[in-house]
Design a protein around this ligand. Structure first.
Ligand code: DGL
Length: 266
């Protein structure tokens, strides 16, 4: 059976791949991290769209049977164009599954979303949540520094908690605060402990990785048996991909297993 393709701006999408592999243990995957052009979160929607189309084309040429856009920023800016460009391949993003999980988790339907600058500015989470419940209220905030902290491995302790407090205090203040927080970025799940430590008691945290796996299961049948393999692709620096990616994936990656690809020449 052909592999499932997954792409992200870098290693962050390994948090999504991890959930997908747990749901589809016997499937083969191809993971592409566009490490040469990370971050996507501070780039314009037109640029993110162009990069995303290039990532998808390479994976489609490698014979994937469906495409998971693990990057929230790319899902926010490019999902429709990716579907138009590849009508024969199911394309699944992380925004709708994340929004569904948030609406299901929230009692008050006042939901907070944190993500990259690009994702928040484009309003994709806000729109997805309101499509599910037009009465829902969304308070959104960009937390760009979390991406650097996660890549640096500074995920616990004083510094990430101070940064989390600075970003989240304005969102969770007053009497009418959200009761649910969506981690709308691939990097944020690795900071979940520090984020939880500064949230008011009772706020639920939703991340879209697990719900994206569930959404994929609704559309694409799993392979029948055996242990699936992953083929690793990156656009730059296999050693860094392996080092930083290991903590996102939760298992050891080796630089020698990572193929460097050129999306422009391809
Ligand atoms: N993968 C991006 C996202 O989920 C975060 C990193 C970046 O800005 O490229 O939005």
């Amino acid at each position: 059976m052909n592999p499932i393709g997954v792409f992200d701006s870098g290693v962050g999408g390994l948090t999504v791949l991890r959930a997908l592999r747990a749901a589809y243990p016997s499937n083969d995957f191809i993971y592409l991290g566009d490490t040469a052009r990370l971050p996507y979160g501070t780039k314009s929607p037109a640029t993110v769209m162009r990069y995303s189309l290039q990532c998808a084309s390479l994976l489609v040429r490698r014979g994937i049977r469906c495409l998971v856009v693990a990057c929230n920023t790319a899902s926010a800016s490019a999902l429709q164009e990716l579907r138009l460009a590849h009508p024969s391949v199911p394309v699944i993003g992380v925004i709708d599954p994340g929004a569904e999980a948030a609406v299901a988790a929230s009692r008050s339907q006042h939901i907070a979303v944190i993500a990259t600058e690009g994702t928040i500015a484009g309003g994709a989470y806000q729109a997805a949540i309101r499509r599910l419940n037009s009465a829902a209220r969304v308070t959104a905030g960009a937390c760009s520094l979390f991406v650097a902290l996660a890549e640096e491995g500074w995920v616990d302790g004083e510094i990430p908690q101070a940064v989390a407090r600075r970003y989240l205090a304005p969102i969770f203040s007053g009497t009418d605060m959200p009761d649910t927080l969506v981690l709308g970025c691939t990097h944020f799940p690795v900071l979940a402990r520090s984020i939880a430590a500064v949230l008011p008691r009772g706020v639920k945290i939703v991340d879209s990785a697990a719900t994206t796996a569930a959404a994929l299961l609704r559309q694409v049948a799993p392979a029948a048996a055996g242990r699936g393999r992953v083929r690793w692709l990156a656009t730059d620096d296999a050693a860094r991909f392996a080092r930083v990616g290991t903590s996102f994936l939760g298992e050891t990656l080796h630089a020698a297993d990572i193929e460097i690809v050129d999306l422009i020449a391809a």
